[in-house]
Ligand binder design. Structure first.
Ligand code: BG6
Length: 526
């Protein structure tokens, strides 16, 4: 099944009300049917729940199911014949669950205290941070506004041979809304921090300009250039077809982005790895409002037909008619992985990489360990990945079956990786996180932070991330017996059985926060 999209319609919907957006976002048309006809049809059926309308038209039994989830959020469930499933919310285009075949639970963490009020981002799943990561950009909102905006569905294909897929587009905001989001210029550096500019920071710490991949050359909208880029992507996404041309909705779409390499080369001796410096938020450019209005941001979510791997593709296109508008952004796919015991996991692929420790005044250090372990305090690090050598990040021992989550993200697309765990203190402070939930989550976030993406007119940037689950070769009986708890309630120690996923009072755990370890006192499936 193929569905054409009507991006122009969504561009004309500036409001932020979730339901109306959902309505307008459904201005999809099957090939041959005009947008006008579709709009008319929706108007006639105005009394019907829009999500029902989408389900009737684009739902595919056993592959794509549109429904309302918690808080009335519009959702889509993707399923494969092999038994994998994933849920994505229109709000934030946020993947909220992902369960490959033969796994007992979703491998994505969502807090039991998560708030589904269409105002704040849901704590868990994979929020999209755009157009800025954290405070590193000109917006007031931490992590930008994409994660708490209702996105529009622009493409759905439940019958895709590589697995069901959906594509969402971030609606364009009105100038007045954008103005409210922007910090008055100039932005002050955080108090007490060193005042080095971001340029100083990058040149001091990372002196070599990152080599550009063929996919990130500054380009024109000529088709020749776009073909190179697509070939590169086909290789990277292990057979997943590149969706850019399908999604472009126009044949002449510019097909790649140039990430501007502004890092100046400086002599080797100026490299410093322990200086306390600051990533200074950018000041607001006078044309930033116009740039944001003309940015097209899309997220493709596909569930692999065979292995149930979760493929995300974030795509940003500067569609401004003006050469003066240079769209600059930082971004992250803020994945909350669900783990049985955070202190047990091992994260590999970061050894030898420099990182900024956000819990220690942005101190820069080098990770010397073969793998990263989280010991229970707050961890908040921005890793600078090694170009082209650490495309694969592995989070090992995520469950009692010793399973591994593999995260493939090219360092060309995402040169940084953020590791975040709030630890007990911050868990307690965050209203939408249970005090103990830090033990059951680990955020691993492919990101672009240090050197923002800069898109000139008609340039485009794409970033792919693939999550795959690899079960351990053999699970010993002893490991099975020690099936860890997936969730606790606050007092009683009820846990979820690692096999049947049912909470049971007969599965008891006790926890020593001081030791920051979970101790299973007895495990018995109900
Ligand atoms: O609470 P928020 O806005 O969702 O952010 C959660 C965390 O997100 C991480 O990506 C940041 O590195 C942390 O600094 C931040 O605390």
């Amino acid at each position: 099944m193929g569905i054409c999209c009507a991006a122009e319609t969504s561009r004309a919907s500036p409001g932020r009300d979730g339901t109306r957006y959902a309505m307008q976002s459904l201005a999809l048309s099957r090939s041959g049917r005009s947008r006008y006809q579709m709009d008319h049809k929706l108007a006639v059926n105005i009394s019907k729940d829009p999500i029902q309308e989408v389900q009737e038209q684009y739902g595919v039994p056993g592959r794509l199911t549109f429904f309302r989830g918690r808080g009335g959020l519009e959702m889509v469930l993707l399923q494969t014949a092999a038994g994998a499933c994933a849920e994505v919310s229109f709000f934030g285009a946020q993947v909220l669950s992902w369960q490959p075949p033969r796994t007992a639970n979703s491998l994505l963490f969502v807090s039991r205290e998560a708030i589904f009020d269409r105002r704040r981002a849901v704590r868990g799943g994979i929020p999209v941070c755009w157009p800025q990561f954290s405070k590193y950009g000109p917006l007031v909102q931490q992590h930008g506004y994409a994660r708490n905006t209702n996105w529009e569905l622009v493409y759905a294909d439940g019958d895709h041979p590589d697995g069901p897929l959906v594509v969402f587009e971030l609606p364009t905001l009105s100038p007045s809304v954008i103005a409210k989001l922007l910090v008055p210029s100039p932005v002050a550096a955080p108090t007490g921090a060193a005042t080095a500019s971001s340029t100083t920071w990058t040149t001091r710490v990372f002196p070599r300009a990152r080599p550009q991949s063929p996919g990130h050359q500054a380009m024109s909208s000529e088709h020749g250039a776009s073909a190179d880029w697509n070939q590169e992507n086909e290789k990277r996404s292990s057979g997943v077809p590149d969706q850019c041309d399908i999604l472009a909705n126009t044949s002449g779409m510019a097909s790649a982005a140039g990430r501007c390499t502004t890092i100046a080369s400086v002599p080797e001796e100026s490299t410093e790895t322990t200086a306390a410096v600051t990533l200074t938020p950018r000041t607001t450019s006078p044309v930033f409002e116009s740039e944001l209005q003309h940015a097209q941001v899309r997220l493709m979510v596909q569930l692999g037909a065979e292995r149930g791997d979760l493929r995300l593709r974030l795509e940003v296109w500067n569609r401004s008619p003006s050469d003066a508008d240079v769209l600059e952004f930082t971004t992250a796919l803020h994945a909350y992985l669900r783990v049985d015991a955070v202190t047990e996991i091992r994260i590999t692929g970061l050894s030898g990489c420099e990182f900024i420790d956000q819990t220690r005044q942005q101190r820069i250090e080098v990770d010397q360990e073969p793998s990263l372990t989280l010991q229970g305090g707050e961890v908040d690090r921005i890793y600078r990945r090694k170009p082209q050598t650490s495309d694969l990040i592995q989070v090992e021992r995520v469950n009692a079956q010793q399973g591994t989550i593999r995260i493939e993200a090219s360092t060309d697309d995402f040169p940084e990786l953020v590791i975040w765990n709030p630890g007990p203190q911050k868990s307690h402070e965050l209203v939408d996180l249970d005090d103990q939930e830090w033990m059951f989550m680990a955020c691993v976030e492919p990101a672009v932070i240090i050197e923002p993406v800069r898109l000139h007119r008609d340039e485009r940037w794409c970033g792919h991330v693939t999550f795959t689950y690899v079960a351990a070769a053999k699970t010993s009986a002893a490991t099975k017996r020690l099936s860890m708890c997936a969730l606790h309630d606050r007092g009683g120690g009820w846990c979820t059985c690692g096999y049947c996923s049912r909470p049971s009072p007969s599965i008891r755990c006790s926890m020593s926060v001081a030791m920051q370890r979970m101790i299973i006192s007895s495990v018995r499936c109900a």
